[in-house]
Design a binder for this molecule. Structure first.
Ligand code: 0A1
Ligand code: ZN
Length: 882
């Protein structure tokens, strides 16, 4: 909660090295839900890089019991205690601090620091949660060795875990026991973790490539041991992959994953003790969908990869967050792609990444919370765990690989670890390692870190039949963002291919003498405008620009319909093939939206329908690719293309297109539905998942205006499905069809009421259905299974409504905005991080019709005016209103 009247902005330029460094930390925990005693013994020494001799410790929501400096108790007056810091002025050069504090984990609803979930103790310290456990210089550039003693009731908390190695355990009498853990590696406080719980584990000894044996464990609540196989398999795959792709070995003898039901984010990379949201651990075919399985693989990989990119080399300060997050997302993306193993499978993962960027990152980059990949300031760091830091950050890392090649990228990674292992560094250090290892000047590339906003690249082409040259002129500009009026040109890799009339790639050379030719060349756009010439081009080609989405930009090119259709049927680059389909659809969707808004008749051309048909039935293409190519741009992405957003018109236009396609392609959809069944035992592999995805997309189309036969098909799938992917897809299709589904919803709930993650799905699918209005959501909140206290549950209903159901969230009377305001305020009192995420649903409010804007402004002002807001929510709503 806010203690001063106005929150402080923290600036990157104000960074100062810590005045004292910490060598060792010994922590003792006497765990009790209402009254936990934390004793810490910290050895510090003055940092020669600092002029200050003041020791500054952070602390929040703590009761200070005792403070000793070099053996002497300090009395109030010998130190200064503010709301969030404890300062000891003019300290000696070498200091041992002994601190005793009290906390009440059971009252901690923020899920930051030490808290209780379903009767068990967990910690979450990133970014600034350690200061809720003890007074400490809680900043990532203070790295120390930790020893941890845990004491707790043995019957209630039989499992006591912390980072590193278990070095001692035993009984204490009174039914209590203890465990002592030692982490051999220096780490920042944000990577500290403990778990004291009643849990069970799946464990395995695993042999590293070097021959060393390690112990792997996945800890879950009793009753969930039938859902740990995939996480364990993903962990083993991650370990192997990092050895092979980057030569990085697990540096510990023991690696643990622990699942917890109450968690603010996806998971956390605490050294040797990763703590996960249950959503990214628990899976079997009965309860988890293909998407859940893919999420588990990605997140297990992500947290494991942090062991090197984040933990061994960490961030100097939180402005450098993308140093570890962008890089680690890139690594988990590459891991998931390599796990599929085929080029087309890799492309499918890439298309998914592009969709996420457009759905969430581009809007963020154009909205009130826009920030560079390395921000210059923030009010609350927890608000900066964003798609920009993570996903755009990953795009920035990917561009190094595009510019330097895979081998060059690997050389840069090797040099980065050679230089910085054990250090807390900056994004600039990573860029320098990439540049130096490859003898390249990447000075201009820095702008990807310092300038916010999505660059727009406009392409124009010119074919000279006599000279047989084809010119591509690229121009770049980047819209202004808060505090950054004028942007300088970026260094943009633009991968280009040229298609001949037969649809094949032409052999390309940008050098008149080079007759070799490649299918794709990477142009480096560094100026505001540059022309690139291709030689020896025998016919006017169709350009395929920005292949594999080689940079996170908006590409503008005046494609004709014929060119797009050509690319949609032939481009050898699957990402641009998909992209051509998206452009064809978007053009039409925008026209249809205008037609809806102005009451004109709606129509869809036969050419477009024929192209969709051809793709749907093209057996040479992966089902997973066909599914993606047939998903129309989302309502959010359409909204981003419009000057003034009318959510209902967008919804009707998109529905019209879906309905028209469904009617025209009915026989083909039915055939694909039957052709892509996956009989036999469930497997989450990419091919089977792709078939299910295409089949279920077909089903959703067939249920747009269903007759009895289609309804029967869905009901049968719902009743007989051998896995959650098919069961949930059938139920969603039925809900969206508007058919009477009360009975199905009821039976689904009854079957799964003891599976929290499935109950989340049950809320989520209702929240996102276009037939669910705010009144229906309020009704669902009265369901006994609903609670605001559990982030997964709150998100499943509320966020899926505000972010996943635009035509209802933007109801003309503004009633859903009132609902939003009410729940931002309610959630804020419990969990500011979750509340601030919900607050972000209103980011784009200035783009809506004046009537909607007025309602949204009122709702925002209502939140902003609330007396006791967290800094988290305050930052979001004040930036929205600014
Ligand atoms: N570093 C984690 C994400 C994470 C961040 C903050 C948290 O609590 C506020 C929890 C997790 C990751 O990238 O997976
Ligand atoms: Zn991460």
């Amino acid at each position: 909660m806010r203690t001063d009247s106005s929150p402080q902005t923290i600036f990157r330029k104000d960074y100062l090295p810590p005045s004292y460094l910490v060598d060792t930390v010994e922590l003792g925990f006497d765990l009790d839900p209402a009254r936990t005693i934390v004793a810490s013994r910290v050895t510090l020494r003055h940092n020669p890089a600092s002029k200050s001799r003041d020791i500054v410790l952070h602390g929040e929501a703590l009761e200070l019991v005792q403070l000793r400096l070099n053996g002497k108790t300090l009395r109030p007056g010998q130190y200064e205690l503010s709301g969030s810091t404890l300062t000891i002025r003019k300290a000696p050069l070498a200091v041992v601090l002994e601190i005793e504090t009290l906390t009440a984990p059971v009252k901690n609803t923020t899920l930051s620091g030490l808290y209780v979930s379903n009767g068990n103790f967990f910690t979450q310290c990133e970014a600034e949660g350690f200061r809720r456990i003890t007074y400490f210089p809680d900043r990532p550039d203070v790295m120390a060795k930790y020893t941890v003693m845990l004491r707790a009731d043995k019957a209630l908390y039989p499992v006591l875990l912390s980072n590193g190695n278990l070095i001692e355990q035993g009984e204490l009498g009174d039914g209590r026991h203890y465990a002592k853990w030692e982490d051999p590696f220096k780490k920042p406080s944000y990577l500290f973790a403990l778990v004291a719980a009643r849990l069970v584990c799946q464990e395995e000894r695993y042999t590293l490539q070097s021959g060393r044996e390690v112990l792997l464990q996945v800890w879950v609540e009793e009753g969930n041991l039938d859902k740990t196989d995939y996480a364990m398999q993903s962990l083993k795959n991650s370990i192997r992959w990092d050895e092979q792709r980057f030569g990085l070995e697990l540096d510990l003898d023991r690696f643990m994953i622990v699942a917890v039901g109450d968690f603010n984010m996806g998971a956390m990379e605490n050294k040797g003790l990763n703590i996960f949201n249950t959503k990214f651990v628990l899976a079997n075919s009965r309860v988890a969908t293909d998407i859940d399985y893919a999420g588990i693989e990605a997140v297990v990989g992500h947290e494991y990869f942090h062991n090197w990119t984040g933990n061994r080399v960490t961030c100097r300060d939180w402005f450098q967050l993308s140093l570890k997050e962008g890089l680690t997302v890139f690594r988990d993306q590459e891991f998931s792609a390599d796990m599929i193993g085929t080029d087309s499978g890799r492309a499918v993962t890439r298309i998914d990444q592009v969709r996420t960027l457009r759905q969430a990152q581009f809007p963020e980059d154009a909205g009130p919370m826009a920030h560079p990949v390395r921000p210059d300031s923030f009010v609350e760091i927890n608000n900066f765990y964003t798609v920009t830091i993570y996903e755009k950050g990953a795009e920035v890392v990917r561009m190094y690989q595009t510019l330097l090649g895979r081998d060059g990228f690997r050389k840069g990674m090797d040099l980065y670890f050679e230089r910085h292992d054990g250090q807390a560094v900056e994004c600039d250090d990573f860029r320098a390692a990439m540049a130096d290892a490859n003898g390249r000047d990447l000075g201009q590339f820095e702008r990807w870190y310092s300038q916010a906003g999505t660059p727009v690249v406009r392409a124009e082409t010119n074919y000279d039949a006599i000279a047989r040259t084809f010119d591509i002129t690229l121009r770049q500009h980047c819209p202004a963002s808060a505090g950054q009026e004028h942007k300088l040109p970026f260094h943009i890799p633009v991968a280009v291919g040229l298609l001949g009339a037969d649809g094949r790639d032409l052999a390309l050379s940008t050098d008149a003498k080079d007759r070799q030719g490649q299918a794709t060349v990477v142009l480096e756009l560094t100026g505001e405008e540059q022309t690139f010439r291709f030689h020896d081009i025998a016919e006017r080609p169709t350009p395929s620009i920005l292949r594999d989405f080689s940079a996170p930009v908006v590409l503008e090119y005046d494609y004709t319909d014929a060119e797009l259709l050509h690319l949609f049927s032939h481009d050898s680059d699957p990402v641009n093939r998909w992209e051509a389909g998206q452009r064809l659809a978007m053009e039409r969707l925008l026209k249809l939206t205008t037609a809806v808004a102005t009451g004109k008749p709606l129509a869809l051309d036969a050419t477009f329908i024929a192209a969709q048909r051809a793709l749907l039935v093209d057996e040479t293409l992966d089902p997973a690719f066909r599914e993606l190519a047939l998903i129309l741009p989302s309502e959010t992405i359409i909204a981003e293309q419009m000057e003034v957003v009318e959510p209902q018109a967008i919804h009707s236009a998109r529905q019209f297109m879906r309905r028209t396609l469904a009617a025209a392609l009915k026989p083909e959809l039915l055939a694909q539905y039957h052709a892509n069944q996956t009989p036999g035992a469930y497997s989450p592999d990419a091919l089977s998942a792709g078939k299910r995805a295409l089949k279920n997309l077909a089903l959703s189309y067939l249920l747009i205006a269903p007759q009895e036969a289609e309804l029967a098909l869905a009901r049968q799938q719902f009743a007989e499905a051998g896995n959650m992917t098919d069961r949930a897809a059938a139920l969603v299709a039925l809900i969206h069809s508007g058919a009477e589904v009360g009975e199905h919803l009821h039976s689904f709930y009854q079957d799964f009421e003891h599976e929290a993650l499935v109950v989340d799905k049950w809320f989520a699918m209702q929240a996102a259905a276009p037939g669910t209005d705010v009144a229906a959501v309020r009704k669902l909140m009265e369901h006994p299974a609903f609670t605001l206290k559990n982030p997964n549950r709150a998100r499943s209903l509320i966020f899926n409504f505000t972010n996943g159901n635009p035509s209802q969230f933007h109801a003309a009377d503004g009633s859903a905005y009132e609902f939003w305001a009410e729940h931002v305020i309610k959630l804020d009192a419990l969990n500011p991080q979750v509340a601030a995420r919900l607050a972000r649903s209103m980011d784009r409010w200035r783009r809506y019709t004046p009537a909607l804007q007025a309602h949204m402004q009122r709702a925002l002002e209502r939140v902003a005016a609330h007396a006791r807001l967290s800094n988290d929510v305050l930052e979001v709503v004040s930036k929205a209103l600014a």
